[in-house]
Design a protein around this ligand. Structure first.
Ligand SMILES: [Zn+2]
Length: 440
């Protein structure tokens, strides 16, 4: 167990460190990395020799050689995860906690975290919630697939979700299983006045929003904490329309923990630099300039239970300029999406499709999924807003070609909905031709 006092102290530190000078943050990260790498070399067999390239003859970490450390892939984690586990943890790091995830690409991995690393991640989320004025005396409803508990009509009631040292943080953490149909989730929110927040993937919150609008069943929420790769404008718009709620994006995963979350003043994210080092690299492993799309490579500084050093996360993101809000933490201007969301064409061009706000409605499309089904073929699976109104195919083909590839063939398939029927993962843009390759 990590004590209440430790939680409180961590929080106080994080509220200060968000304004540290860049030099100070970098110094902090280097110090943490050196300790992490030394621990990994000594206690995790996988890293026994792997990190030698970054150490000098005296045994000190040579920061200039950081990029010589090989990248760690999801496949590495899948096949050597056990060897990455530490055989011992220092006092204060607590126990090891295991969680298994299949991810969108299908390779099952088991991530191991220390109790302490989880506590730091939790306190990190408190900071994010505080930025957006969360009222910790109200309840939050958590709706995600990996929770077996909370099978409707039962709602699992957990402990308070806010900072445990604050007397007024009495709001409860309620959980509903991801198999619960959206209409039932709306019922649960409607029946309980004390639920002010929803915590789920942005796409899932949008499904709930559309269901609420369709059924004419209005419910009010103060906020939606969206745990996802990226949050799209149309998701924010539908969620706001249905619930009057602001969407606050949190970028997190089992491997990286809470990596970034939304700035209080802008829609971009600040990296949780006290917790993770995020690198944005091109396909050859070189850093990309600010403003360019790069592959997210993450190193969690705090989790010594299973150090993941330079882990290729499988997402693409763009780093932004320093934020005007006063926080010095690096900015992720945009998370473009998963690698598996990217269309790749035979001439080498790659496209992360995203359509402007209102684009789908203009074409009478309520929900859709655009899939790359061949080297030069896209399939648009869509549910219309008005059913007896024909789709303006030629105009949509022209628009999509201008955003993807001029020679791409585009076919259409109509259905009632292409949103997930429940709280599961869903990608609006998916490359079905190279998913196997993406697992590498
Ligand atoms: Zn900011």
């Amino acid at each position: 167990m990590v004590s209440v006092e430790t939680h409180r102290e961590l929080y106080a530190t994080l509220m200060e460190s968000q304004f540290w000078a860049r030099k100070e943050i970098e110094k902090f990260q280097h110090k943490r990395l050196e300790r992490l790498l030394n621990h990994a070399r000594n206690y995790a067999p996988f890293y026994k020799d792997r990190l030698d390239v970054a150490f000098d003859a005296k045994g000190s970490l040579d920061w200039s050689r950081w990029r010589d450390i090989p990248i760690l892939t999801r496949q590495d984690l899948g096949s050597h995860g056990a060897e990455m586990e530490s055989s011992a943890l220092p006092m204060g790091h607590g126990d090891k906690i295991r969680s298994t995830t299949s991810g969108s690409t299908g390779i099952a991995i088991t991530a191991v975290a220390s109790t302490y690393a989880n506590a730091v991640s939790r306190v990190m989320s408190f900071r994010g919630q505080s930025w957006h004025g969360a009222d910790w005396s109200k309840d939050v409803l958590f709706y995600m697939e990996q929770t077996p508990a909370g099978a409707w009509p039962n709602v699992e009631v957990g402990p308070p979700w806010g900072p445990i040292w604050l007397p007024h943080a009495t709001g409860r953490f309620l959980r509903l299983n991801g198999d619960t149909p959206p209409a039932r989730v709306i019922d649960v929110i409607a029946e309980r006045d004390e639920i002010h927040y929803l915590s789920c993937r942005a796409k899932v919150a949008q499904v709930l929003a559309l269901e609420s609008l369709r059924a004419g069943r209005g419910v009010n929420l103060d906020g939606v904490f969206a745990f996802s790769t990226a949050t799209y404008d149309d998701e924010r718009k539908d969620i706001h329309q249905a619930f009057g709620a602001k969407v606050v994006s949190f970028y997190s995963s089992k491997e990286g923990h809470l990596m970034a979350y939304q700035c209080p003043e802008h829609s971009h994210l600040h990296i949780s630099e006290e917790l993770v080092l995020v690198e944005l690299l091109d396909d050859q492993g070189r850093p990309v300039p600010r403003g360019a799309v790069g592959n997210v490579v993450v190193t969690n500084l705090i989790n010594w239970a299973q150090p993941l050093i330079r882990y290729w996360h499988g997402d693409l993101a763009i780093e932004g300029e320093r934020c005007s809000c006063g926080r010095t933490l690096r900015v992720l201007e945009k998370i473009v999406g998963r690698e598996s969301d990217i269309f790749r064409f035979p001439d080498g061009t790659t496209v992360a499709l995203g359509v402007p706000n209102g684009f789908k409605a203009e074409f009478n499309i309520k929900t859709w999924q655009v899939a790359q089904v061949g080297p030069l073929a896209l399939e648009v699976r869509y549910a219309p807003i008005i059913h007896d109104q024909p789709l303006d195919g030629p105009a949509l083909v022209a628009a999509l070609r201008s955003m993807t590839h001029p020679d791409v063939e585009i076919s259409f398939k109509q259905s009632n909905s292409f949103l997930p029927a429940d709280g599961r993962k869903f990608t609006e843009y998916v490359n079905e031709t190279s998913l196997a390759a993406q697992d590498m």
